[in-house]
Design a protein around this ligand. Structure first.
Ligand SMILES: [Zn+2]
Length: 254
């Protein structure tokens, strides 16, 4: 599962917009947990998921999804829906990261730190472990590189005493060992593009989309006007504005 700080809000939005999102199984999981948090029983939730699926896609074949939906409902009470405002990173932690050699390694350390803080908030027994697969970590850190370079970076962080590996053979997780409370340097509310958020903090050319909240790169060359939206949102908003203006003109003609 990708990390979403406020699953409750997300599920509410998906239900309202009849939207399965890019990862339907994750959306269905969160929607089920949302219903569960709102006191519905498993039987009711199972029916509600069918309804939600049909709302999202009227041509859907429910029988094709039924095994997955059964499984989601069976496990709906295993983990509580997550409702977090965000996590804080201290200036001491940022200083420790800044000591590392190179922005890519710093981005990875920053992302692992944020992920460990998330897992600590989810479970008080977590003790700074990062329970997120490397693939997901790299995506959040906006790092696109070979597996070889990835393991090189992980061992670099270990040498720098920033992380430790598990002693268990079947556990590939790492533990962050440079957490330190203190003055807040920044508050992270969105776990998408953590790498870009780090670079933005360092003064890089990034901004937060006013529609979806993602941190993205500023388009080059900037044509004077300050960019407000990420490329996806700007297409969506432009289309909506065009439709609205056509509707307005039609009303005037009438
Ligand atoms: Zn956006």
């Amino acid at each position: 599962m990708s990390i979403v700080l406020n699953e409750y809000e997300l599920a509410e939005r998906m239900i309202r917009n009849h939207d399965l999102g890019k990862r339907p199984s994750e959306t269905l999981n969160r929607v089920a947990k949302y219903y569960y948090a709102n006191q519905y029983g498993k039987k009711e939730i199972r029916k509600m998921l069918d309804t939600f699926m049909v709302q999202c896609d009227p041509s859907v074949s429910l029988s094709g999804w039924s095994d997955m939906l059964d499984k989601i409902v069976r496990n709906v009470d295993k983990y509580k829906i997550i409702k977090m405002d965000g996590i804080d990173v201290s200036t001491k932690e940022m200083d420790a990261i800044a000591q590392l050699d190179g922005k890519q390694l710093q981005r990875l350390a920053f992302t692992l730190l944020c992920a460990a803080k998330y897992w600590d908030a989810v479970s008080n027994k977590n003790d700074h472990w990062v329970n997120t697969p490397d693939l997901e970590i790299m995506k959040m850190a906006n790092i696109n590189t070979s597996i070889k370079r990835q393991s090189y970076m992980f061992s670099g962080l270990k040498t720098a005493n920033m992380i430790r590996f598990s002693r268990k053979i079947d556990n590939l997780n790492v533990r962050v060992v440079f957490m330190e409370d203190g003055d807040h340097a920044l508050h992270i509310r969105d776990f998408r593009n953590l790498g870009y958020q780090y670079l933005k903090y360092c003064g890089g050319p990034y901004f937060e989309c006013q529609n979806c909240g993602r941190t993205v790169k500023i388009r080059e060359p900037s044509k004077g006007r300050k960019q407000k939206y990420c490329p996806e949102c700007s297409v969506e908003i432009h289309t909506r504005q065009m439709v609205e203006s056509v509707m307005r003109r039609r009303n005037v003609v009438k």
